[in-house]
Design a protein. Structure first.
Length: 74
């Protein structure tokens, strides 16, 4: 639920900053989708590390896993 509220606030901020013309275009849709994907990936990786969903061997099979593990291990 918090993700939905956060994404809605982000969309409203982008709408206020860029204006309704950009937000109703394909470029605006690409911008919102890209931000949503990035936020979702970071949230999922953070929760997966916190709840220890994957073993170290499984993490290392993912692309760029060594960088993610170093970033979140601090």
């Amino acid at each position: 639920m918090a993700m939905i509220i956060g994404l809605r606030i982000l969309i409203d901020l982008l709408h206020a900053f860029f204006g309704p013309a950009l937000m109703m275009s394909r470029l605006g849709a690409l911008l919102v989708s890209g931000i949503g994907v990035v936020v979702g990936v970071v949230f999922f990786i953070g929760m997966a590390l916190r709840w220890r969903l994957l073993t170290l061997r499984e993490w290392l099979m993912l692309p760029m896993a060594d960088k993610w593990l170093r970033l979140f291990s601090k």
